[in-house]
Ligand binder design. Structure first.
Ligand code: FES
Ligand code: FES
Length: 160
């Protein structure tokens, strides 16, 4: 079935991208299946797990729960913008150092929620961390190491 389509400009990772989108497509679908940005994961596809987390104007959202048409001129940040294997962001380095993941499926979402948290609160308490990551689930139950990773990320960022 073909739906109504429109040409839009999406701002993804600081770059304007012109794309034709079906009005029924979610932001997650556009990122993964149209733009090839597969860091955001499709877990539950119904707003419960946070695997699809991206930042919208700096705030974490479930990209499976937003239509791409709703994004407008807001800035979308995906995990692909954070760093790469030759130039890790301090948050990535901290998760690596503290073993803040197991299978890694949830990790992109946790990293972006951590970025949003630390951008607004450079020295979070453990309660702040638990609260800031409350929208992300880890089916491997790596929560203890994830919390330690966020503390380490705050420390690395403070060190500069
Ligand atoms: S895939 Fe979006 S919240 Fe689970
Ligand atoms: S590390 Fe496997 S789901 Fe979190």
């Amino acid at each position: 079935m073909v739906g109504v389509r429109s040409h839009v400009t999406l701002n993804v990772n600081q770059a304007p991208l012109d794309i034709e989108i079906d009005h029924r497509w979610t932001l997650l679908h556009v990122l993964r299946d149209e733009l090839g940005l597969t860091g955001a994961k499709r877990g539950c596809d119904r707003g419960e797990c946070g695997a699809c987390t991206v930042l919208l104007d700096g705030k974490p959202i479930c990209s499976c729960q937003m239509l791409a048409m709703q994004v407008g001129d807001r800035q979308v940040t995906t995990i692909e913008s954070l760093g790469d294997s030759s130039n890790l962001n301090p948050i990535q380095q901290a998760f690596l150092d503290k073993d803040g993941g197991q299978c890694g499926f949830c990790t992109p979402g946790f990293l972006l929620s951590t970025k949003a948290l630390l951008d607004s609160n450079a020295n979070p308490s453990e309660w702040d961390i638990r609260n800031g990551l409350a929208g992300n689930l880890c089916r491997c139950n790596a929560y203890g190491r994830i919390i330690e990773s966020v503390k380490e990320a705050a420390r690395l960022i403070a060190e500069g």
